[in-house]
Design a binder for this molecule. Structure first.
Ligand SMILES: [Zn+2]
Ligand SMILES: [Zn+2]
Length: 270
């Protein structure tokens, strides 16, 4: 810890920072990892596949554990290897030919500045929620536009709709332009809000989890939309309706934009 020993740092920190400081300190000391040009791409793939894996296992268990089907949006649908493998291949291909070169360019500009202090817990939570709301708004506009203009739909968004009953690994089955747009919104928001690197990391993890959950095909009692009150959050059944009906539920996470524009359709989830 250059310039500060840990007791000095604790005096400087507020209670919210103290809560996250040990985690931040342990991440900062792994500079070889966090400053590696491979870190962003490996982190992104590992988080995504890691979140998909439990749902892949559930799909494999479904034929032997029929009780699992009561949590499925489409109880009789199980993705085949011919559906799953191209999705996984597309994710790996896009990370290799697009995400890796892009992060390599950022890495070549110089090492990312890692501040000494961790962010305030409340500030981290506020930034993550605000980034999600901004991302939701930006993707809502992008999504409506790419459904209303037939050329945009055919050229850039149709690929994501190839699987009408979705499954976890279909989350990132999309064109390069769609992936680029998502990454652009993602980076623009954390830059605009000048988020702490730890907040950026947490936001990426939350964003990847929510997108995988949206496509998982499973509606559990602990699914995010059941934890957020007043129907503010759409969730898996809500996004599944978009995949089957095309003309509703354009926002990826929250429901306010679809409510305002009259494109909200209730999923009546089990
Ligand atoms: Zn769509
Ligand atoms: Zn989708």
């Amino acid at each position: 810890m250059s310039g500060h020993n840990s007791s000095e740092l604790h005096v400087l920190c507020s209670s919210g920072q103290l809560f996250l400081q040990p985690l931040w300190d342990s991440l900062r000391t792994r500079e070889a990892l966090t400053h590696s040009p491979f870190f962003p791409v490996i982190f992104s793939i590992a988080t995504y596949v890691g979140f998909c894996l439990p749902f892949v296992v559930l799909d494999l268990l479904c034929p032997w554990v029929p009780a699992l089907r009561r949590y499925k949006i489409h109880p009789d649908f199980l993705p085949s290897a011919r559906q799953v493998l191209p999705c996984l291949g597309q994710t790996l291909y896009q990370h290799l030919v697009f995400v890796f070169p892009a992060t390599l360019l950022l890495w070549a500009r110089g090492p990312v500045f890692l501040p000494l202090e961790a962010p305030e817990l409340l500030q981290l939570a506020f930034h993550v929620v605000f980034c999600l709301l901004l991302f939701d708004t930006e993707f809502f506009l992008w999504h409506v536009l790419h459904h209303k203009v037939p050329w945009l739909y055919r050229t850039f968004h149709k690929m994501h709709h190839q699987n009408s009953s979705s499954f976890a690994l279909a989350t990132q089955y999309m064109s390069i332009w769609e992936l680029f747009s998502l990454v652009f919104f993602d980076i623009m928001n954390v830059t605009l809000l000048e988020c702490h690197p730890l907040t950026i990391l947490v936001f990426h993890v939350v964003n990847i989890w929510l997108s995988v959950e949206d496509h998982s095909g499973y509606d559990f009692p602990w699914s995010t939309h059941r934890l957020v009150p007043f129907g503010w959050y759409g969730g898996v059944a809500h996004h599944d309706l978009h995949h089957s009906q095309f003309n509703c539920n354009f926002a990826p996470y929250f429901t306010h934009w679809d409510k305002i524009l009259g494109t909200l359709r209730s999923a009546h989830a089990k």
